[in-house]
Design a protein around this ligand. Structure first.
Ligand SMILES: Nc1ncnc2c1ncn2[C@@H]1O[C@H](COP(=O)(O)O)[C@@H](OP(=O)(O)O)[C@H]1O
Ligand SMILES: [Mg+2]
Length: 307
């Protein structure tokens, strides 16, 4: 075998043995493998992304409703919610779904769920309405409170970013099935400037406070703005080193990115440096967290100590 063929097959973690024990146990119930699961999910995300783009083309004409937390809702959010929840519920592993657009009745028993899908059918609805291209579709599989699998689809790039904790992460192009390219996070190398992610909507004071705590440890800190869960993909791609979040968001905004970044070799922790648990509390609002490309740096301590 040629060296490059050996390298390519080594990088294709998704065609190898699934070493995520939690996922293995769950898939055994549905007689599924990691490959059949991913192939099914990529087909679903192809369809969802195409529908998202159709709505995006006519975004100026969509009715926008303000929700309780004052975030917007469009017909696109609702259509994607129905498509994705319907498909996930019908899969052989038969798991419940917690979606940003679920009604209270659908998730009334959520605390008794050992495993579930947590999804945001359209993350970055404001970006969608304002046509910045930076909206995503987030799907995560949570087992015993931990995000084990995450997919962030970016319809405007025709890409699906996928991670399974313990196995790896990869980028799959739309319509190309399982022929993807593996990705790993990169270590921070001093004295390079540290790149910190934020959104242009986040309160300036909050962003400045985060930047100054990082400046004390790293010297030069650059800010990169991205909308929605694209920020997690930026951590994985090497475009940024760290994504600290103290502004409000919900568990469906975080879980897929959490699994993706950890699967790619990075870290995602709460302010105490602990792994994030999902669907465990009364509130579905996410706690402050930090996602980082280099897991050897204790960003939680640097950012949150003394706050
Ligand atoms: N006041 C608030 N409460 C809860 N979540 C909020 C919020 N303001 C913004 N968000 C969340 O932040 C997401 C956008 O993140 P960012 O500002 O980093 O791009 C929104 O995703 P949706 O568009 O899915 O609602 C929304 O869920
Ligand atoms: Mg969202």
């Amino acid at each position: 075998m040629l060296i490059h063929q050996v390298l390519v097959s080594m990088l294709m973690w998704w065609s190898e043995q699934n070493s995520n024990i939690q996922l293995q146990t769950l898939l055994a119930h549905g007689d599924m493998t990691q490959q059949t699961l991913l192939s099914d999910l990529l087909g679903l995300m192809d369809e969802a992304s195409a529908i998202a783009r159709e709505y995006y083309r006519k975004a100026d004409e969509l009715d926008v409703i303000k929700k309780g937390d004052s975030t917007p809702l469009t017909e696109a959010d609702t259509a994607l919610h129905h498509l994705i929840t319907g498909h996930l519920r019908s899969m052989a592993i038969g798991l419940p779904v917690l979606s940003e657009e679920s009604n209270l009745e659908e998730i009334a028993t959520r605390h008794s769920w050992k495993a579930c899908w947590i999804i945001d059918p359209l993350d970055g609805t404001k970006e969608f309405i304002e046509k910045t291209d930076q909206f995503t579709i987030n799907v995560s599989l949570v087992i015993d409170g931990r995000a084990e699998l995450g997919i962030i689809s970016i319809p405007c790039l025709h890409e699906h970013w996928v991670g399974i904790v313990g196995n790896g992460a990869a980028i799959f192009s739309e319509g190309k099935g399982l022929s993807g390219r593996a990705v790993k996070t990169q270590s921070y190398i001093p004295p390079n400037p540290l790149v910190m992610l934020a959104s242009h909507r986040h309160a300036p004071k909050r962003v400045e406070a985060l930047m100054s705590s990082l400046t004390r440890s790293f010297g030069e800190v650059h800010r990169l703005n991205s909308g929605s869960a694209v920020k997690f993909c930026d951590v994985v791609s090497g475009a940024a080193d760290v994504y600290p979040r103290t502004s409000p968001c919900s568990e469906w905004d975080v879980a897929a990115g959490d699994a993706l970044v950890r699967a790619a070799g990075g870290s995602v922790t709460d302010r105490e440096g602990h792994q994030i648990l999902y669907n465990q509390r009364e509130s579905l609002l996410a706690q402050p967290f930090v996602a980082a490309a280099d897991p050897m740096i204790d960003f939680a301590q640097i950012i949150f100590a003394g706050r």
